[in-house]
Design a protein around this ligand. Sequence first.
Ligand code: NAP
Length: 218
Amino acid sequence: MSNNIAIVAGGTGLVGQYVLEYLLEDDDFEKVYILNRRSVGYIHHKAKEIIVDFENLSDSVNDIRPTHAYCCLGTTIKKAGSKEAFKKVDYYYALEFAEVVHRLGCENFSVVTALGTNHPSSIFYNQVKYELTQSLIRERFQILNIIQPSLLIGDRGEIRIGEKIGQKVFEWTNSLWIGPFKKYAGIEGRQVAKAMVAISKKQQHGIFKYPSDQLQKF
Ligand SMILES: NC(=O)c1ccc[n+]([C@@H]2O[C@H](COP(=O)([O-])OP(=O)(O)OC[C@H]3O[C@@H](n4cnc5c(N)ncnc54)[C@H](OP(=O)(O)O)[C@@H]3O)[C@@H](O)[C@H]2O)c1
């Protein structure tokens, strides 16, 4: 048993729930802190849920000394209600989480962004993810893992019609994505989480980007 301590934001989401699952069953982690805005009530001897207000994060986590941080936060413009409200979660809350855990001494940060966000974009969603990536790079973690999935497949416990149709199309056409286009194939949320946790355990320092096709290999 190793004494790694994980901290997770967005642990109630599609990817986040599986990240928790993998961390809790991994003997390399002795404690898993889960920052939620609502109580889910995890029953596991390693899990500690903390109900937080992402506007005032530092007060709630001051006593924690995480070694590994996982950001699976996110929303949609539709769900958030406006572009500004979307950016608040996908950029400001994610960055606040990064800054707070860095101040607590964490040097290993993994974040889920999205495919195609390495450059500035006229698409608002992609631009926000790009800006988050740039800000996280400036934060200078010893290890920064940027997880870039294509369309996520899996049950989120809510209905997103556009995404459901997209998922079906991706499921039907997945075998057609080959060669350099393979990274565009849809990917299961569980697979993204499995890759994210495995990647975070690598010891090499630096900034690493993992597009969908690489995530499929874990
Ligand atoms: N959907 C896709 O196909 C796709 C593709 C590529 C990348 N991504 C990105 O991958 C990441 C993870 O996606 P996902 O589908 O796993 O996300 P998800 O299922 O929508 O979960 C998002 C998480 O963020 C939390 N959250 C949302 N709004 C919040 C707020 N205002 N305050 C605090 N917490 C909030 C949610 O908490 P609650 O449960 O309390 O709401 C949940 O834990 C996101 O950044 C997403 O943009 C998605």
